[in-house]
Design a protein around this ligand. Sequence first.
Ligand code: SME
Length: 157
Amino acid sequence: MAEDLSIIKGTKEEQYISLIPQIKGLLEGEEDLVANLANVAAALREQFGWFWVGFYLVKKDELVLGPFQGPVACTRIKKGRGVCGASWAEEKTLIVPDVEKFPGHIACSSLSKSEIVVPIIKDNNVVAVLDVDSELLNQFDTTDQQYLEQIVSFLNF
Ligand code: SME
């Protein structure tokens, strides 16, 4: 797989449809988890230009910051705290159109306005979450949910 990404313009769905085979190509033949998480975060940020894209990994009773693209971020999040900790506790994707209206939202940056968090579940346990933040309100919907859930399913934890 060539290490460059073909970035397209188009609808959100067209962008995911272009990106998904490229992400599969990036993951193919590479078993190192950190390398793969890093490339998935980079590919998503490159295509969509989101403010922050990254992973938090479940370690004991906390989420710990993993590979990401974007400004520096909080390193540890307790279960149930913030959007990431809530997604872990509820074991479901959370779409937050306005982070200021989400009780307990953790503001790593005041520039982040909307957010989606997708839990990654292995053997019935959440092992990590994918967190995506936008500087714009109301940027994420069920299209993002559908495709981001598909993308994280390619990762081998
Ligand atoms: N806003 C998240 C914290 C992580 S940062 O956005 C990168 C939350 O409320 O869980």
